[in-house]
Design a binder for this molecule. Sequence first.
Ligand code: MSP
Length: 521
Amino acid sequence: MNKAFYITTPIYYVNDKPHIGHAYTTIACDVLARFKRLDGYDVKFLTGTDEHGQKVAKAAADKGITPLQLCDQNSQNFRDLAATLGISNDDFIRTTEERHKKACQALWKTLEANGAIYLDKYAGWYAVRDEAFYDEGELTKGPNGERLAPSGAPVEWVEEESYFFNLSKWREKLLALYDSTPGFIGPKSRFNEVYSFVKGREGDAQPLRDISVSRTTFSWGVPVPGNDKHIMYVWIDALTNYITALGYPEQTPDFAKFWPNAMHMVGKDIIRFHCVYWPAFLMAANIQVPQRVFAHGWWTVEGQKMSKSLGNAIDPNALVEKYGLDQLRYFMMREIPFGNDGDFAESAIAGRINGELANEFGNLAQRFLSFIGKNLGGVLPEPGEFATEDKEILAACKKLLPDCCAAMDAQAFNEALEAIWAVVRAANGYVDKQAPWTLRKTDPARMNTVLYVLAEVTRHIAMLMQPFVPTSAAKVLDQLAVPADARDFAALATPIKGGITLPTPTGVFPRYGDPKAAKGA
Ligand code: MSP
C-alpha cells in the first residue's frame, strides 16, 4: 500500500476577495501535494471556503444580499482562483454544505457526551474581524483611546448565554503533546510561541481559560444540536472541515488512511486555533490529532501591509496575467524562507524571473538542446566513458532527490529550490568549461558524452521542478522526450536513453519586460 499524505489549506472567509495571502498558502500546499504524489504517496489535498459567522453575515447585510448569496458568489471566486493557479486539490469544501453541518453536529454531540461542553454565560470582548474572543489584558489602545484586539481589529463587549469548551482541562495534555511531538508545530519559533501561551506565566491563576463556543445574537451558522437558539462558534465549525472532507462522522476508508497523516498549512495569525483549540477539541472527542501544523509568514506589498483601507491588496489573477503562473509560483516559493514574512516587490519578482528562470535554467536547456537540434539532427548522443567532471555533476544530481525530500518534509521550499539551483549553476559552469561547440571540431566523442550528461542533469532538474513550475517543467521534459509515465521520482533512477530523437526545442522561460517574449507559461 502506498504511503498516504493529507494536506489542507485554511478555508478562506468569503467576505473578502482572494488576494496574494490566499494564493500563497494554496500554492505552497499545491507544491507539497504535487511533490508527494511524484514521490509515490497517495495524496488528498483539500481547500475550500469558510462561510459562516458574524463577519460573513455583516458583509452580506452591507451589500443588501442574503448570506448564502454572498457565499455562493465569493466561494466561486476562490474556486476560480484555484483553477487559475493550477491547483491540484482533490476536494473543495464549503462549510454551508450538508455534509459539513452533519460533521459539526456529530462532533459537538461527542464533545457534549464526553463532558467537554457546558452552558454558562459569556461576558467579554469579541473582534468580529478576527472572529475571536479576547481577554482585557490582551487588548491595546487605539489612537482615540478605543480598545483594540492585538491584531488591530476593533472589539465589542459581548454578554450572552453561551456554551463553553473546557479548554483549561486540556492544558497538561496539550503540553504533553508538544513535548512528545516537537514536529507538531513548525517552524520552531511558532512552536515556542504556542508552547508559552499554553504554559502561561508563572503564578497565573488559570493559564488557559475555557472558551466560548456558541453565540445567540445572530443565526448564520450551524445550530447547536438540541438547542438551536445557539449557533456554533465559527471556529469550531471551521476547524471541523478538515474531518468533514474525510467523511466524519462515518469511519470511512479515507478517514482511516488520511487522518493519521494529516498536515495543516496555515498563516501565522491562526496558529492558536490550529495548535491549541483544534487538538484540544480532537482529544476531547477521542480523535487522533493531526501530525503537523505549519505556519507561514505574511506578505507585505512594496514594503506596506496589505489592507482594505490602503486598497493595495493584490489580485492574484492579475499577477498570473502579468508575470505568468509558473513565474509567480516559483517566486513565492523561492523568495522567502517559508515561515518568515516577506515583501512582494516588482523588482524582486522581475529579478527572479530574468536572473534565475530565464538566464540560468532556461538558457541551460536552450543552449545544449538547440546545439543538438542544429548539429546532430536532434538526436541525443550516446555517452562514452564518464570523466571526473561528469561523474561529479551526475553525483550532485543523485543527491537532489534526498535533499529535496528532506527540505520538503520541513516545508523548507526555498531550500529545496536552492539545492536544485546549486545544480543549475554547476551545470552552467560545466557547459562553459566543457565547451561542446569547441569539442565538435576537436573531440566529437567527448562532445557526445558532455551533451548526454547535460541532458541527464537537465532531466533531474526539470523532474524536481515539476511541483513548483508544473507547466514549464513539463515543457522541458517534453523537449527531452521523457515519456509521460517516466516523470515520477522513482524514474529518476533510470538514466535517460542516448540515441533518441528530441523534438525541436523552443524557449520555455521568457524574460519579463521583453516585449518580444511570449507571456509566461
Ligand atoms: N477562515 C479562517 C481560516 C479557517 S481554517 C479552519 C481564515 N480565513 S482568511 O481568509 O482570513 O485567511 C486565510 C489565510 O490567509 C490565513 O492563513 C492567513 O494567514 C492568510 N493570509 C491573509 N493575509 C495574508 C498575507 N498578507 N500574507 C500571507 N498570508 C496571509 O483565517
